[in-house]
Design a binder for this molecule. Structure first.
Ligand SMILES: Nc1nc2c(ncn2[C@@H]2O[C@H](COP(=O)(O)OP(=O)(O)OP(=O)(O)O)[C@@H](O)[C@H]2O)c(=O)[nH]1
Ligand SMILES: [Ca+2]
Length: 504
């Protein structure tokens, strides 16, 4: 017993100095790790918001985007958190976009109220004042501006007045150029797919609206010199992109239908027997409504009756032939063209096709582009030939206007893609019909906002060399190692084996 007591007394580990050093060491490690953890702890998520109104030719929609507040300098993901479609119960015209308020402009602003009130509810109060609000108008307003610029100005006045009443940071309402519309659609698709930050091969964008259609893609053998007006250059995350883009005004699906009908009604007044509508379809339509658009107004027949009888005979091949009449394939002063004398470089890479491309192909069950193009045409041929009363019975819940037009729209899409843009049976499978990417709608609005808020930097952002977890682990390991080394450095104070008391 006395030997044991002696050993305890002589054990240097039990000296006050070593105990104090050990305690200080442990406290230092705990403090070091705590500071490292606290210093690098992610902030509790706070979000910032941005609102874009898409004033299209056929509708207006509001989108709210959200991104982590501490990362708005380029690294956070911007996502769509809410969308609101402006419903126009008593549309003053065929297309309930803001351009349809040309004759009653004050109502244009009013029409936005419901969705704007929803936006107020969706954005936290303390963020509202700093939330940018944009309105961009596309082909419907482009056409109205061409036709009647005073009416277009009045519509904008009304819209601006209405938007400024809300507690957001109003940043303006204006008409986007076709180039901007195409380019921002491309930015949206590639941003959402994470292709820009990683410098991956980009996806082309195909947007089919009601009044215009856009095609945008990067082609290696296009440097912008052949047709500068089709070129948009971007430097994003340290990569240069030379984008080809073109917007065809009047080639959205509603205006293309008008042009096709107008072409057919040249044959003679009174009746149009239309291969793009189902057999048994028959409607009395107004010439004045049909020709009420700059896309067709110059073709209005003189002395025609007020109405015509629009009847269908459902023939895909004939429909395709008829649609081809609205394209000019002969004039081209460039090395290659799509149509109407517009330059287009060789198609390249995958493509995302959205808006009406998606609505129509999704309804027709034709979004799977691994189906050979000939089979797609065969299916559409059968669909177009189906009598109108059968179609109506099969789809009692679909708006009749949409339902009546799917044969035309499907045929128009295939004609535009293959004859217009020169997609072949092989390259057709490069197209993906998409509605949303990771929860956000494909369209120009997100790209527009990212651009105006400078949310995509020209250069790749500096990122810390280590992720947060890796940093904390390394600090901890190093701290423990230092402590062990420290203990080892106290070796001279350790009891030596020879001094171990023998217990007998
Ligand atoms: N079948 C179907 N068609 C739709 C739907 N929503 C819109 N459309 C039609 O699809 C076409 C294109 O719609 P959008 O992409 O909204 O066109 P927009 O933006 O108003 O027109 P632009 O100004 O030319 O871009 C129009 O003819 C619409 O009437 C839908 O849910 N189903
Ligand atoms: Ca659109």
């Amino acid at each position: 017993m006395s030997a044991q007591r002696e050993m305890k007394e002589k054990n240097p580990w039990h000296t006050p100095v070593t105990i104090i050093i050990t305690v200080i060491g442990v406290i230092a490690i705990v403090a070091l790790v705590t500071v490292a953890v606290l210093q690098n702890r992610p902030f509790p998520q706070k979000y910032k918001y941005g609102i874009v109104l898409d004033a299209g030719s056929s509708h207006t929609a509001l989108y709210i985007y959200e991104w982590p507040a501490e990362k708005d300098n380029n690294t956070g993901r911007v996502e769509q958190t809410h969308s609101c479609k402006i419903l126009v119960e008593n549309a003053l015209a065929f297309c309930p976009g803001i351009s349809s308020y040309a004759s009653a402009p004050s109502k244009a602003g009013q029409s936005l109220t419901e969705c704007m009130q929803e936006a107020v509810q969706r954005v936290p109060e303390k963020r509202r004042g700093e939330t940018p609000l944009y309105l961009g108008a596309t082909a419907g307003m482009r056409l109205l501006n061409m036709e009647n610029s005073a009416a277009s100005d009045s519509v904008f006045q009304s819209v601006k007045k209405a938007l400024q009443m809300f507690p957001f940071s109003y940043q303006g309402a204006r008409i986007l150029s076709g180039q901007e519309e195409g380019a921002f659609g491309w930015v949206t698709v590639n941003y959402l797919d994470d292709r820009l930050k990683q410098g991956l091969e980009t996806t082309g964008a195909l947007d089919l609206g009601g009044a215009s259609t856009q095609i945008s893609f990067v082609s290696d053998n296009y440097n912008g010199s052949e047709s500068p007006s089709n070129s948009v250059t971007f430097r994003l995350y340290g990569n240069d992109y030379n984008l080809y883009t073109h917007s065809f005004l009047c080639y959205g699906k509603d205006q293309a239908l008008r042009m096709t009908l107008a072409h057919q009604s040249q044959a003679g007044p009174g009746t149009v027997l239309d291969p793009c509508f189902h057999p048994g379809y028959a409607e009395i339509k107004n010439y004045s409504v049909l020709y009420d658009s700059p896309c067709v107004s110059d073709r209005k027949p003189q002395g025609a009756p007020a109405t015509f009888n629009h009847t269908g005979n459902g023939n895909f091949l004939e429909c395709q032939k008829t649609i081809k009449n609205i394209f000019n394939f002969t004039d081209c002063k460039y090395s290659r063209c799509s149509f109407n004398g517009v330059f287009q470089p060789l198609l390249q890479g995958p493509f995302g096709a959205f808006s009406a491309y998606y609505f129509v192909m999704n309804f027709l069950n034709l979004t799977d582009t691994s189906i050979p193009l000939d089979d797609v045409k065969e299916k559409l041929k059968r669909y177009c030939a189906t009598p109108w009363n059968q179609i109506r019975q099969r789809h009692p819940n679909i708006k009749l206007k949409y339902l009546a037009e799917y044969c035309f729209s499907g045929t128009y899409i295939l004609t535009l893609l293959t004859e217009g843009y020169n997609f072949t049976s092989e390259s057709y499978s490069d197209i993906k019909f998409i509605e949303k990417i990771k929860g956000s709608d494909a369209g120009w609005t997100l790209g527009y906002m990212l651009n105006l808020t400078n949310m995509i930097p020209a250069e790749a952002p500096d990122s810390p060399p280590l992720p947060h977890a890796g940093y904390v682990s390394i600090v901890t390991v190093i701290a423990v190692l230092i402590f062990i080394l420290f203990i080892l450095s106290l070796r001279p104070l350790w009891p030596s084996c020879s001094k171990q008391p023998q217990i007998v």
